[in-house]
Design a protein around this ligand. Structure first.
Ligand code: ZN
Length: 317
């Protein structure tokens, strides 16, 4: 039997249910929705989550699709899906929850005495992390921008996470980032591999759902959970991202697409006022790759407009 949160699942079985975190003001139970497929044969427990940011939709559908298409009769180990980690942010159609406006992906391991998002993070650490062996965290560029497909392997945990990171299949591997508090951190700290996979954003697209689905399937092959040869690239490109923020408010005009190569000084975008006068130019700081580009045209001072990726080297599997 496999147990996680309120669920107990026999080998070869499926289950779904909510790990409770609290109740809404109108008395409805809030929490973390789970879908579990427990394989007939023993093997590792892989957790795939999405919706840490409520306005990132492609991964949420990918989790449901992978769980629905996984046959427990031929699965070795257990697949745990969290289709929408941050249901309160999803309800708000926003990155952060309307309950406390905290960015869930900066506050792990959370606080069981804190506001809703902090309690949610603490519940994940207490009930999910001990029940899994590896974590794949699906994101997009959010409502406001689009990101090139890439995998984030946390700096300092390369030995633990590079294997599943390369099996995610994207050429770009972001070693970093410098920030803490993501869902990866408490999982890696518990000695379990964890990566974040980014693709798409700006809107919902089936092709990005498919990208996430193929990454998860290849990681399942890498972990020996399903039959089939792991597909690996001959080489991967290690990048580190730098966020460019606008000093001016205005209308953002983009001149590059996510994944485009850039040379130092290339014009990536500009901020113009309502009359068309250029207020600010965004130029590449150095040679590299444009990782994320703003899609929402409204820019306020301090808003992110571009993420540049500096190439750090090559990774060969
Ligand atoms: Zn995100």
């Amino acid at each position: 039997m496999y147990s996680i949160g309120p669920l107990t699942v026999a080998p070869g079985g499926r289950a779904q249910g909510l790990i409770p975190v609290g109740t809404s003001t109108y008395g409805v139970e809030l929490g973390i929705p789970l879908i579990v497929v427990n394989g007939a044969e023993p093997g590792p427990v892989l957790c795939v989550d999405a919706g840490v940011h409520g306005d990132e939709y492609d991964g949420q559908q990918a989790v449901r699709q992978v769980l629905a298409e996984t046959d427990p009769a031929t699965l070795r180990g257990t697949l745990v899906g969290i289709p929408c980690m941050n249901t309160a942010a999803f309800e708000a159609a926003a990155r952060a929850s309307g309950l406390d406006h905290a960015n869930l992906n900066r506050i792990f391991p959370g606080d069981p005495e804190g506001s809703y998002s902090f309690r949610l993070a603490a519940t994940f650490v207490e009930q999910v992390v001990p029940a899994i062996d590896a974590l794949v965290d699906l994101h997009t560029g959010g409502t406001f921008g689009e990101i090139a497909p890439l995998t984030i392997v946390q700096g300092g945990y390369e030995d633990l996470a590079t294997g599943i990171g390369l099996a995610a299949g994207h050429e770009l591997v972001w070693k970093g980032g410098k920030w803490g508090g993501t869902v990866r951190h408490p999982t890696l700290a518990a000695g379990k591999p964890a990566v974040t996979i980014e693709a798409g954003g700006g809107t919902y697209r089936e092709e990005n759902v498919e990208l996430h689905v193929s990454s998860v399937r290849n990681i399942m092959r890498h972990l020996g959970m399903v039959d089939g040869e792991v597909e690996l690239r001959d080489s991967y490109t290690a990048v580190t991202g730098t966020f460019a923020r606008s000093a001016s408010g205005g209308f953002f005009l983009g001149h590059a697409e996510p994944g485009d190569a850039c040379k130092e000084g290339d014009l990536i975008g500009q901020v113009v006022d309502h009359y068309g006068t250029t207020l600010e130019e965004v130029r590449a700081e150095k040679e590299g790759i444009v990782l994320w580009v703003r899609r929402i045209r409204t820019v306020r001072p301090g808003d992110e407009v571009v993420i540049f990726g500096a190439v750090e080297g090559e990774i060969t599997p």
